[in-house]
Design a protein around this ligand. Structure first.
Ligand SMILES: *Cc1c(COP(=O)(O)O)cnc(C)c1O
Length: 374
């Protein structure tokens, strides 16, 4: 039995009529840029994530970028973030001319370690970007406390975590900005690129709204320089049509994760040096990815590949060791928890439409590959 890492065709097949109708509505209207469909999508995402305002943007990357721009963060400013994330999290900091400051992760959750965040704040620090990695929220309470006591802006990178929840709050609704991605492989994926910024603050919403159309206030009058960061109506129509299904899909991901835990838990307890399962410490992890850590990861991956099982490595090279950040001066060994996670992490199939048999097949193949190492 082949098990792909992700199969988007299964999801589309299950709601094809709704999606096709939503797309047809936009095509019929010929209203492709902003407009009513985008506004309805913004309102729906704001409501779903527990924020007052939603501003549709061109991608998750641009959501992060425009939030930094809205705070006038630039050269001379430092932004504290995690080195264990997709590149965009740090890339946007460098793009506005600011300096990313990487802080090591908590080895249980693989999220930013708040204890180390406090130590990394300097006079130049302007913002913190916590990432809710793989669909589980970072430890936001202490991060917010540090931010408030130093007057720092918090931008949540919630690209992998729409619908994740802890202590009654949803991902993206705690910081000053929440940033989401509708990249097709995210839990709420469009048919291309798209993203959203959410915020509780009307003035911030207004700034982001202007920045996404070249900083325009009154038509053809520009107080600031922005960009073309708009969410297009076709993507908004797909996202809006999918949103009512999101909780069901997230529950299915959680059920698949629970099944992996049942099938692999004994091995992880007996042989912690061979296998570490995801550490779940929040109320609602939405499992955009199910990432285990294993010994001899590259060999395990090869065996799974030959067994017809799709996997991925998130992320093989931590951000502090990327060539483009060489001048920041980080060396291997500086952030040991992150580097260890990067050496051992492997993502297994977790998408909602997986069958129980497929999950069992993956778990059996993983046990087999790890038995070869013992
Ligand atoms: C996907 C992702 C992004 C970027 O989103 P795009 O829509 O691909 O630009 C940013 N941060 C994280 C953690 C992501 O997973």
């Amino acid at each position: 039995m082949k098990v792909p890492l992700l199969d988007l065709t299964a999801q589309y097949a299950s709601i094809r009529d709704e999606i096709d109708a939503a797309l047809a509505e936009v095509v019929t209207s010929q209203r492709f840029i902003l407009g009513a469909v985008v506004e309805a999508c913004e309102a729906a995402i704001a409501r779903y994530t527990g924020s007052a305002f939603g501003i549709g943007v061109s991608s998750g990357t641009d959501a992060l970028l425009v939030a930094l721009m809205a705070e006038d963060i630039g050269p001379g400013d430092e932004v504290v973030t995690t080195p264990f994330s997709f590149f965009a999290t740090a890339g946007v900091i460098a793009r506005v001319g600011a300096t990313p400051v990487f802080v090591d992760i908590d080895p249980v959750t693989l999220n930013l370690d708040p204890g180390r965040v406090a130590d990394s704040v300097t006079k130049r620090t302007c913002a913190i970007i916590p990432v809710h990695i793989f669909g589980q929220m970072a430890d936001m309470a202490p991060i917010m406390e540090i931010a408030r006591s130093h007057g720092l802006v918090v931008i949540e990178d919630a690209a992998q975590a729409i619908g994740a929840e802890h202590a009654g709050k949803r991902a993206g609704s705690i910081g000053d900005y929440g940033c989401f991605s509708f990249f097709p492989s995210k839990n709420l994926g469009g048919f291309g690129d798209g993203g959203m910024v959410v915020t509780h603050d009307a003035a911030r919403a207004e700034r982001v709204r202007a920045l996404r159309v070249h900083g325009e206030g009154v038509k053809y009058h520009h107080r600031v320089v922005g960009g073309n960061f708009r969410l297009d109506a076709l993507q908004a129509s797909v996202v809006r049509a999918k949103l009512p299904h999101l909780d069901g899909w997230s529950d299915a991901r959680r059920a698949n994760a629970a099944l992996y835990s049942r099938l692999l838990g004994d091995l992880a307890v007996r042989e912690p040096s061979l296998l570490t399962l995801p550490g779940i410490v929040t109320d609602r992890h939405v499992f955009n990815q199910y990432v285990v850590r294993v010994a001899d990861r590259d060999r395990v991956r090869e065996e799974l590949t030959s067994a017809g099982i799709g996997t991925a490595i998130y992320y093989p090279l931590p951000l502090h060791l990327q060539e483009c950040f060489a001048e920041l001066g980080y060396l291997r060994g500086d952030l040991p928890e992150t580097e260890r996670a990067a050496d051992r992490a492997i993502a297994l199939p977790i998408y909602p439409e997986l069958t129980t048999d497929q999950v069992r097949t993956v778990a059996d193949a993983l046990r087999g590959a790890l038995a070869g190492l013992a």
